[in-house]
Design a protein around this ligand. Structure first.
Ligand code: C2E
Ligand code: MG
Ligand code: MG
Length: 742
């Protein structure tokens, strides 16, 4: 499965889980919120009832006090008939059931039926006798549901309590409070005393149980935050949710202390009913959850749809195909078999990251879009398809007609691109190109991943080289890669087994009777007894892993030994030039090391020459000047190899003091030296002579070339015409310092 798919699926799972968690959490929170809302609401609703209860009682107390004041001041004997009669009149336009006057000894006379009772042991009597107005219930009231409330007040005369007035106030007078439309008539309200006994009002919830505490502890459990031991009625308002054990009904319960009688007002409402009355809030909230969840689900669906359809098929930047879709369509195209062959071409812009860096990322994007636009024209015209594989890398599939046709298409693409980007821009741009042609009869022609791998491989090779290069995939290419790997693995043992051999290619002094006066040291790798490898096949690998330092020094040492051998054989030594890789320039002790090796074998330095290619020298002019001075101080000479291959070869000569100029063998690949080349060669030679540098022509295979070069005053020739490189161990020392004769 692709990373992206895994990512999207994981994202979806995470989002759904997250959503569920949020939903559950939100719902719980909502419930909690609603609960606290209901609790608050209940307290709010109960509050006015508490206030009006307190006020109503207060009113009655005031009234009782006023009457008792009258009784205290009327001058009649306390409890006298005059006073009873007065009360009878008062009671007629009052709501009290009875007035009772108690004398200080506790004897009490009722004004309704003149009956007498002893109230000396009653709390209300005691309290009022001490000067307090008091509110209570009769200790044994018969009417549990609608009891009378006992209100008592002291009767004072000359600042002395001379009696107590007791009024029986029917609790039905408070009905309006208890019948209040609590939560849309869904709840109930009543009063309990400090022991939890219900005293006023009635409750269906508590049923037959007349004590609230009993009801709570036997029938109910509280919600988590509350336990019954906390439920000792105190002075604060308290609300909680309780669950009835039997019915599992949840009830909200609130109680508030009243100002009188040590009583508490209790309100209860069924949770479900309460919720119902808050339906609109609940629904509103749920609507939001619904909307959010809906939104997220739609988003997920879009995300999934995009991932599995368009996003996977359409490239974000260019709007073209993605690699996945390209592969799918390519297989379809290959199956059609409508062309004898198809070609897959992969291109990119060399050093694209510089474009981003020098211009901007936006500009870089524009460049990519323009590549896509140019490829699209070709693809449309030729019935091909293309896609962007990576940042600036594209693959195009076209029916293959011929190589010439393919070249034309490529040129056409470059032209189009330069129209989009502007000529100037195009001048500095190169497109390393890798291509692979799939023929109709190729058994693996539908293995699209294999094909992409091959075109990638060719493209990688093209990127390794310079310029606007096109590399065709051939099996060989891959073999080379495998070889590179095995070379790396074998290097150490090769060194130990002395598999790197010194070959010498003699140089002939054509201006001095063809005397063989020098040689170039060339490395060869002999392995497995009779296998053989040329430097071009392994030097780049040795250079890339730094191993070249060892082999170059080895060739140098072998050359020194060769010269030692010549000296030992009483022969005049020749001058041997040794190739050195650019890597040595980084070594400050390079010349020092050369001296050490030469001195170890006591070989005079003037017989040794360092060869560096022109490209190495031109890239490092400053460093080279120092190096040359050091070489010269130590009597070594320096040759500039492959001269003429670069763009500014001639100007290089003015900057550095080379001893030998080796003219690039590329000038001599054709048997006849073209006129223009001849002019260049002539100039190289003249200039070298003027600068006191010797000239060597390399790669000379034909006698005519020798003669031309002689005419042009070239000093020496190194080429197959005279000698091929020869194993230094087997070389006939007699050939040196003698005229060459064929
Ligand atoms: P180079 O230094 O320019 O060496 C000359 C190359 O031209 C040699 O190839 C030689 O065999 C070849 N050659 C000479 N005469 C003719 C001819 O008439 N016709 C043709 N077609 N070729 C001729 P070789 O030995 O394969 O070496 C290739 C390159 O590898 C060398 O080019 C040099 O750059 C590098 N090289 C060789 N040995 C060493 C070494 O020990 N160290 C380093 N760093 N590079 C080396
Ligand atoms: Mg060379
Ligand atoms: Mg050369």
């Amino acid at each position: 499965m692709k990373k992206k798919t895994i990512f999207v699926i994981s994202l979806t799972v995470i989002l759904v889980t997250f959503l569920l968690a949020v939903f559950v959490q939100f719902n719980n929170q909502l419930k909690d919120q609603l609960n606290s809302h209901i609790k608050d609401h209940l307290e709010e609703i109960v509050k006015p009832n508490v206030v009006s209860f307190n006020m109503q009682i207060k009113e009655q107390i005031k009234r009782v006090n006023a009457i008792s004041r009258v009784l205290g001041e009327d001058g009649y004997e306390i409890g006298s008939q005059e006073q009873i009669d007065f009360l009878k009149v008062v009671i007629d336009d009052n709501i009290y059931e009875d007035y009772i006057i108690a004398l200080p000894d506790g004897v009490a006379i009722s004004c309704t039926d003149n009956s007498i009772e002893n109230v000396s042991d009653k709390t209300y009597f005691e309290k009022s006798l001490q000067g307090e107005s008091y509110v209570t219930l009769p200790e044994h009231y018969e009417n549990i549901i609608d009891p009378v409330i006992m209100l008592s007040a002291p009767i004072t005369r000359n600042d002395m309590v001379v009696g107590v007035l007791i009024c029986k106030y029917p609790s039905t007078e408070l009905d309006s409070i208890f019948n209040t439309k609590l939560l849309y008539n869904l709840g109930e309200i009543y009063v309990v005393d400090k022991d939890g006994d219900k005293i006023i009002g009635h409750s269906e919830y508590t049923g037959d149980t007349t004590n609230l505490f009993e009801f709570l502890s036997q029938e109910c459990s509280t919600d988590k935050s509350d336990s019954f031991d906390k439920w000792i009625l105190n002075n604060e308002t308290k609300t909680a949710m309780i669950v009835m054990n039997k019915t599992k009904k949840a009830i909200f319960l609130t109680y508030t202390k009243l100002d009188y009688g040590d009583w508490y007002m209790v309100a209860m409402v069924d949770e479900k009913e309460a919720y119902k009355s808050f339906d609109n809030i609940f629904n509103e909230q749920q609507k939001y959850i619904g909307m959010i969840s809906g939104g997220v689900i739609v988003y997920l669906i879009i995300l999934l749809a995009l991932t599995f359809s368009d996003v996977r098929n359409v490239d974000r930047l260019t709007g073209g195909l993605t690699l996945r879709m390209f592969k799918y369509k390519a297989v379809k195209e290959l199956k059609k078999n409508s062309s004898k062959a198809y070609v897959f071409v992969k291109i990119d812009i060399r050093n694209f990251k510089l474009i981003n860096r020098i211009y901007s990322y936006d500009y870089g994007d524009q460049v990519i879009k323009n590549i896509a636009k140019s490829l699209e024209v070709t693809a449309k015209k030729e019935n091909g398809i293309f896609c962007r594989v990576a940042i600036d890398e594209f693959i195009i599939l076209l029916p293959f007609k011929s190589r010439e046709y393919l070249d034309e298409e490529r040129n056409h693409f470059i032209e189009l691109f330069s129209v989009f980007m502007g000529e100037e821009f195009n001048k500095v741009i190169t497109f390393p190109t890798g291509q692979f042609i799939v023929y109709k009869d190729d058994p693996e022609r539908l293995d699209i991943d294999g094909i992409i791998e091959k075109v990638n491989f060719a493209h990688r090779e093209a990127k390794k080289r310079s310029g606007d290069i096109i590399i065709d995939y051939v099996e060989d290419l891959e073999n080379k890669e495998i070889l590179a790997k095995s070379i790396e693995d074998r290097m150490n043992s090769a060194m130990e087994n002395d598999e790197f051999k010194l070959y010498l290619q003699p140089k002939v002094d054509i201006l001095n009777h063809n005397v063989v006066s020098g040689a170039e040291a060339l490395i060869r790798w002999e392995y497995d007894g009779n296998s053989f490898m040329y430097p071009n096949d392994f030097i780049p690998i040795l250079e890339s892993n730094g191993y070249i330092v060892k082999t170059d020094m080895l060739m140098f040492e072998k050359s020194v030994k060769f010269l030692r051998n010549m000296i030992d054989n009483n022969l005049k030594p020749i001058r041997i030039s040794v190739n050195f890789s650019r890597i040595h320039l980084a070594n400050k002790h390079f010349v020092e090391e050369l001296c050490k090796i030469a001195d170890k074998y006591a070989v005079p330095h003037e017989y040794l020459e360092v060869e560096l290619t022109e490209s190495v020298l031109s890239d490092n002019v400053m460093k080279i000047q120092e190096l040359i001075s050091e070489l010269h101080r130590n009597k070594f000479t320096l040759a500039i190899d492959d001269f003429g291959s670069g763009y500014s070869s001639l100007s290089l000569l003015k900057d550095i003091e080379v001893d030998v100029v080796k003219i690039d063998k590329e000038f001599f690949v054709q048997s006849k030296i073209p006129n223009r080349s001849k002019i260049v060669i002539e100039n190289i030679i003249t200039m070298s002579n003027d600068l006191n540098a010797l000239t060597v022509a390399e790669g000379i295979e034909i006698g005519e070339q020798v003669e031309i070069l002689r005419d042009l005053n070239c000093d020496m020739i190194q080429g197959y015409y005279f000698f091929r490189p020869m194993n230094a161990d087997k070389i006939d020392l007699e050939i040196f310092n003698k005229e060459y004769t064929k």
